[in-house]
Write a protein that binds this ligand. Structure first.
Ligand code: 3HC
Length: 311
């Protein structure tokens, strides 16, 4: 009966074992996983746009090949995650409809413009660096398909972060103009990267339940702090100054103190009022409409093949 099923579910989560698609789970657990996994998948797919704009304008064949591989990886991450959402009974077409109608979101970070090629390096270093901080704990999420998707994503994410840092390393040893491009890009992306981790814990409506169900293993503020602690030494080695006058090592805490991100800006960007929200959704909508004939042809082919097998 349901009491026994619930007790078994709770014992599984408490023992850090995995909940699998066929296991009984509370409706709220299923719903919050579909919500988070779908938004994670949407983020990967929309995230292809900011960097994708630079594939045709990369400064060398090597940079073009690296960027192309990274953007292709993001598409793959989206597909793993839509697949994980489908194991919970979600319908992929319905998730796309919710994204295109604004009922489901994607990460705020992808609503900022990529103005120069230095942005490609800074996105790899800061945005994929933040993603690694957020996604490594998700490899231990209580829901099996999500955790397993994250293991593969994190392996590819390390290449994304490394290639971004190496690009900036090269530019910082280039001309003064290249160093200026890096400084400008770091100034534009630093605070939005901190906002990626979500609102502060005190204003995070989903965290308590997500942590109780061991979907989320650390709070938004903990991961934000972990990202700052990891990134400041990298910025020093790179020779860039992060745009936060309050940034300072706190020996007592064993962490860096840093300023407060503009969470009002985060709320505006999540709400649709960021620099590129309309453009990102318009391009995703156009791609979906342009691809309608492919979906129709694939469905017709599948139907004909099923009819042949029945005959
Ligand atoms: N962008 C958009 N929405 C955000 C957000 C952000 N940066 N931060 C929080 N939100 C939304 C949440 O989705 C939630 O809204 P909802 O209830 O309508 O879904 C609301 O703001 C309140 O936030 P909570 O902290 O209560 O929500 P969560 O517990 O879901 O925590 C999260 C937010 C930390 C982003 C969590 O959802 C998460 O870990 N998601 C999976 C990882 C992910 O999406 N990473 C981001 C980008 S993907 C990526 O990095 C690609 C890489 O290759 C570059």
């Amino acid at each position: 009966d349901e009491a026994e099923l619930r007790a078994h579910f709770e014992a599984t989560v408490a023992a850090d074992r995995r909940v699998e698609p066929r296991d009984w789970m509370p409706d709220g657990y299923r719903a919050t996983l579909v919500r988070q996994i779908a938004q994670h998948a949407h983020s990967e797919i929309i995230g292809m746009q900011p960097e994708g704009d630079w594939i045709t304008r990369a400064p060398s064949l090597r940079r073009k090949a690296i960027l192309f591989a990274k953007v292709q990886d993001e598409a793959g991450h989206g597909l793993y995650l839509y697949g994980a959402a489908e194991t919970l009974g979600a319908d992929r077409d319905e998730l796309t409809r919710r994204l295109l109608s604004g009922r489901q979101k994607y990460s705020s970070i992808f609503n900022y413009p990529t103005l120069t090629f230095a942005d490609v390096g800074v996105i790899g270093w800061l945005v994929d660096g933040a993603a690694i901080c957020n996604q490594v704990p998700l490899c231990r999420s209580s829901y099996g398909p999500y955790a397993r998707a994250m293991v593969r994503v994190c392996k590819e994410e390390s290449f994304h972060q490394r290639q971004g840092y190496e690009l900036l390393w090269t530019m910082m040893r280039g001309t003064p103009a290249q160093r200026e491009l890096v400084r400008d890009a770091v100034d534009r992306w630093w605070w939005p990267s901190l906002m990626m981790f979500g609102p502060p814990d005190a204003a995070s409506p989903n965290s308590a339940r997500s942590m109780a169900w061991r979907i989320k293993r650390h709070s938004n503020d903990e991961l934000r702090q972990r990202f700052v602690d990891m990134t400041v030494p990298q910025a020093e080695r790179l020779g860039v100054t992060l745009p936060d006058p309050e940034l300072a090592w706190n020996e007592e805490r064993g962490h860096y103190d840093f300023g407060t991100p503009d969470f009002a800006e985060l709320a505006r960007v999540i709400g649709g009022d960021g620099p590129c929200n309309a453009e990102r959704l318009a391009r995703r909508t156009a791609a979906h409409e342009d691809g309608a004939w492919v979906r129709a042809a694939a469905s017709a082919h599948a139907a004909r093949r099923a009819a042949r097998e029945r005959a």
